[in-house]
Write a protein that binds this ligand. Sequence first.
Ligand code: NDP
Length: 480
Amino acid sequence: MQKILNYINGALTEPVSKQYIDNIDPSTGEVYSICADSDERDIELAYQAAEAAFEGWSNMNINGRSKIMLKIANLIEKNIDKLSLAESIDQGKPLWLAKNGEIPRAQANIHFFATAIEHFASEAHSMGTHALNYTLRTPIGVVGCISPWNLPLYLFTWKIAPALAAGNCVVAKPSEITPMTAFLFSELCMEAGLPKGVLNIVHGLGPKVGSALVAHEKITAISFTGGTKTGAEIARIAAPMFKKLSLELGGKNPNIVFADCDFEKAVTESVRASFTNQGEICLCGSRLLIERSIYDKFKDAFVKEVKKLKVGDPLLNETKVGAIASKMHFDKVLSYVELAKQEGGTILTGGKAFSPEGRCAGGYFIEPTVIEGLSYNCRTNQEEIFGPVVTLQPFDNEEEALMMANSTTYGLATTLWTENLSKAHRVAANVKSGLVWVNCWLLRDLRTPFGGMKQSGVGREGGWEALRFFTESKNVCIKL
Ligand code: NDP
């Protein structure tokens, strides 16, 4: 059975414990590989390697760093079929989605920051003939990156690319639920000639190896994407150590449909925004708020489209909704469907597990589920489910839509549908989320700030924001 090894000091290495965790294909429920069960000893080895590599990497000229990163990006492109298949098997997402969305985006992340760093500049502030200030931006040193299981290689590269481009060395921990593409990525780094120790990938369980990474006293910046509870735990450890922290956390995103929308487009895109990647994207719209005058018409059209989504084997082209990433998450999502029923919700479609015939009979599948009849402030409408479950809620006017949209503790993304430009601007300005999409969903420009308000996170990723996070700024004032 394939062993997923750590990547430390430029080589694939066994965990010190020699212990492994089963890695399960969620579409079959069967173990198909084993993953290093690392601990604080592996983190220490990774840190030592990263620290030793730092001088060489941070002093390499920018063009040199950029060239190596571009080689890695090219290798992702060259291996797109292999990586897409691996991601689909490991995570449960449809193969076509990995191939058309996630893996190309991982390539784009590396390419983007490899070139962005060549244009990254700092400021100078003149005090006329008295003095001149200039800002030096230097790499931090060894930084930690922790990523989740929903978009494994996409979110892994989204963090390590700016960290490496800015001249840092990295100790990274992917999710133990989906370690495969990070492992394949380490092979690509070796092939591209990334100097040893610049990137170290340590696999294993979050509470064990993830927390050891966060607690390491010499790793002074942590970039984390994952759940809000885990983010709070990381902040609890890192804050008293005064570490730099970037936290990209959960969401409970409203998708607001006004009566004056382009109806067909709003229906089609809302289906996509609800169920892409089995609803396991932090940006999915899980609360559909619909203006009452079109509520019934929208509901009928939406449910009709959802019923057409084919659930099942992620490797088949016609599959639109694949497997839920793990048994634990599968149980959690189904428990929320039960909660919704207890809270008085009506299931319009879905609402139960699904067992396809054939090789995927033992997999973790849930029918795309649409629920109505719940109050905006019940638990189902306030807590993150992170699966193929959406609720429908009517609203009477803009004020009520905003009140409902802003009613959760989260503030990651909002989507709104209206052909009224003034209304779009007004709602976008007043909604409390870090991202707003008007008449579209998940349209991304990597230069833009990315992140959430409230309990959806601290800080922003993307473009200059990420490069600033991964550098220390120092003002130098020269008296003339
Ligand atoms: P978790 O918070 O459970 O895990 C995220 C990562 O943190 C994993 O690598 C995990 O390891 C690790 N981890 C777990 N516990 C600790 C700990 N105590 N110390 C350090 N690391 C730890 O999130 P999920 O993987 O379940 O991901 C889903 C969540 O991520 C959702 O809430 C979703 O909204 C959020 N998310 C946010 C995004 C954003 O940009 N805002 C984007 C994508 C997802 P392991 O899994 O190996 O145990």
